[in-house]
Design a protein around this ligand. Structure first.
Ligand code: PLP
Length: 296
């Protein structure tokens, strides 16, 4: 067992040739050594996709939902379809190799590969997660940022790849830095026509009149695996849920707000654009306990 694990897929997609026809589906490799060619399109153009799967007490969470979204992202980028069985086995093997820790993550990456090779590159990297306790309990400060697109961009301009989990996260990280410059921890993107979209690395969930509401997923945002499991939690508790178009005014007046994502879980929002926002500590704790205790 080791602290970090790297598994490189020999044949990330059955639609493309294997890197080595005689080799196994994946092999472990030294995580800090160089493995990616400088001409890999994942590096040179951000042309690829990824998933980050949280692992609690050795259990990969929402694995099938992540794999399904991985396949969906590949389809949106016209990448060769990932061999889901091989990826599942590589993820499970990488996680099994990790030193036992309460919270870890497994990140899957599939790039278009070395330019001209016609062979995608794929790997799974697993490592312990940072401590998210403070974000889950004390909450986070969030600012709204203009995304620069209308909310119907996925329909009008699918080549913008909104809603795919691509390797092109430079702008997502720029938005987080902008939030930090404004004294906040994170951001919520808003469409040019005034609708709440998502955070750069998370989905938005609002408690409104006793319901949990999240933005519709047809507006160029990622369908969140954590959001889906929070709605499962709500269903078990008899709390109604809905996918709706939400405005900034809607979330400002919500009874409670969270950013939901795989590693951080449900982070309650304690200030929105500098204004204090109420936190429902009991509900936050119950959601995070539910997420932590998932068995699949
Ligand atoms: N939206 C974006 C843009 C993300 O990058 C992420 C996760 O990284 C999410 C939403 C939340 O997805 P999940 O809950 O599946 O981690």
């Amino acid at each position: 067992m080791t602290e970090t694990v790297l598994a490189i897929l020999n044949r990330p997609s059955l639609d493309a040739p294997a890197h080595d026809p005689a080799a196994d589906a994946f092999e472990f490799a030294g995580p800090v050594e160089a493995h990616i060619a400088v001409t890999d399109l994942g590096i040179t153009r951000g042309d690829g996709i990824f998933e980050t799967i949280t692992v609690t007490d050795g259990r990969p969470q929402a694995l099938e939902a992540h794999l399904a979204r991985f396949a969906r992202s590949a389809q949106m980028l016209d990448l060769p379809a990932p061999d889901i069985d091989a990826w599942r086995r590589a993820i499970e093997a990488a996680v099994a190799e990790l030193d036992p820790v309460e919270e870890a993550f497994a990140k899957t990456t599939l790039s278009r590969g070395v330019e001209g090779s016609g062979r995608p590159t794929g790997w799974v990297y697993a490592a312990p997660s940072g401590d998210s306790t403070e974000a889950r309990t004390a909450g986070i400060a969030v600012v709204t940022l203009d995304r620069g697109y209308r909310h119907d961009v996925a329909r009008t301009s699918p080549w913008l790849l909104q809603g795919a989990k691509t390797l092109s996260y430079a702008l997502n990280m720029a938005a987080v830095r902008e939030a930090e410059r404004r004294g906040a921890d994170d951001a919520i993107f808003v469409s040019t026509d005034g609708y709440v979209l998502e955070a750069p690395r998370a989905n938005v969930i609002a408690a409104i009149d006793g319901r949990l509401v999240t933005p519709r997923t047809d507006i160029g945002i990622l369908p969140g695996t954590t959001q889906a499991d929070i709605f499962r939690f709500a269903a078990e508790r008899g709390i109604d849920t809905a996918f709706e178009l939400l405005t900034v005014a809607d979330i400002r007046s919500a009874d409670a707000l969270w950013l939901a994502s795989s590693v951080r879980g449900a982070a309650p929002i304690r200030t929105l654009d500098g204004a204090p926002h109420a936190i429902d500590r009991d509900l936050s704790d119950a959601i995070n306990a539910f997420l932590h205790d998932r068995t699949e």
